[in-house]
Design a protein around this ligand. Sequence first.
Ligand SMILES: Cc1cc2nc3c(=O)[nH]c(=O)nc-3n(C[C@H](O)[C@H](O)[C@H](O)COP(=O)(O)OP(=O)(O)OC[C@H]3O[C@@H](n4cnc5c(N)ncnc54)[C@H](O)[C@@H]3O)c2cc1C
Length: 481
Amino acid sequence: MPDEESVAVMWFRRDLRTHELPALAEAARASRILPCFVFDDRLLANGRFVSPRRTAFMLGCLDALRSDLRDLGADLAFRRGIPEQVIPELASECGASSVHWTEDLSPFARLRDRRVGSALAEMEVTAVPHPGAYITDRPQEIHTRQGRPYTVFSPFNRAWQETERRPAEERPESLSLAEDIEPGELPSLADLGMEPGRAGIGSFEPGEGAARSAARKFLNDGLSEYEDRRNLPSGGSSRLSPWIRWGCLSPLELETKLGRRTGEGPRSFRSELAWRDFYASVIANYPEVARHEYQERYRGTLQWQQDEELFEAWRNGQTGYPLVDAGMRQLLGEGWMHNRVRMVVASFLTKDLHLDWRLGERHFMEQLIDGDVASNNGGWQWVASTGTDPAPYFQRMFNPMTQQEKFDPEGEYVRRWIPELRGVPDDRLVRPWKMSAGEQASSGCEIGKDYPEPIVDHSEERLFAIERYRAAAEADPRDGD
Ligand SMILES: Cc1cc2nc3c(=O)[nH]c(=O)nc-3n(C[C@H](O)[C@H](O)[C@H](O)COP(=O)(O)OP(=O)(O)OC[C@H]3O[C@@H](n4cnc5c(N)ncnc54)[C@H](O)[C@@H]3O)c2cc1C
């Protein structure tokens, strides 16, 4: 039964959908609802990780959400400012007795939400955080038998699989909008103080409708081959991450749809989704990882080089190693990169160029449509061997040539993103610098002119990286306890 006379605010943040959203389902039980979104400059133009591209994708998702909410009989109000002020103001304008949102685990979000909650409490408005961003309701509370957060993925995954799931929520059939509220205009990127630039969002269409059809297509056509093909940069993974990041898809609904499907595909896909809950739990329990190495022995002890030229070559996909360059160009081209290649380019930055993982983390956050503080930081620290889920540093050094041989044997991916290598024969594509002058002429690719010489020698840098990490571990002030 709807609670008569009651008004609820539904504060959307990174949960831009109407299906399987506990906060919306609960807010919809009030007699009237005010769905809203607040543009917070602390996260946009003045944020730590400014990204016009990701913001453009978000604006597209908000546009789609507004029209979905209108179809349901409501609307989406846009405001600009600090949620700590705007949300209480909106609650008071519409006479709301409760404000609902989906819990977010980043350090910034947790502090902000605590402050919004206190401001609402002073007005005697109930603040209600809901699950919905992750598959498990509270990944940060999945603990070992000793009551500690997991810091290794496999045991986390086992406990995560056993954690009870809530039943999926229904989409509200209709909504009725709070009265006398000015919805406001959807701002443009320029309104938000960002240069639109030339960066596009590739084939990723923003919004819940596009997300649901991409998910349907993957579950029908891609899932059964997922385990065999997910490591191939030319295709095989779901490419659902931008929509999952923005909450256009409910990760729980996605998991529910795997249902009783057995086999390696569904098993492996579920376990990849578990990584997302894992890294959310890591950042919630160890918020200091957002800026520092998780492993204390590497804080301040690892010597990073500073070399703007090497960094530029990496960023622009001009290192001379085709798989690295294809990945970096894919990132610049469509704001997304395949997971295998993310690992290869991250390893190249930190262990071949010896540049600080935080530089790579920032560049990824600027470019990735799926850029997510927890998963990105987790991925970077995993590859840099400074994070959770540790393995000895010398085991986590990716050889860009053998990785290319294994995962892009026909060169489909490399040729797609590096046009100047299209004419290079298969047996030269991994090491194009080995082409003879005649081969360079006949393939239309002169090394050093059309495509760069390798900027470093992988086997030498590998040895140097091992030395650097060993020295750092030996410098650990806690040794000798
Ligand atoms: C250095 C580095 C940085 C990364 N930065 C991000 C990031 O900012 N945002 C992001 O969503 N993922 C990040 N990842 C994880 C992973 O690369 C992407 O989630 C994946 O490539 C998305 O492609 P997909 O949707 O086809 O994945 P699929 O293989 O189809 O996996 C399905 C979903 O599971 C989740 N997932 C899979 N692998 C991981 C993982 N290792 N960590 C967390 N979630 C995972 C994603 O939501 C993904 O969409 C990063 C990995 C590395 C190595």
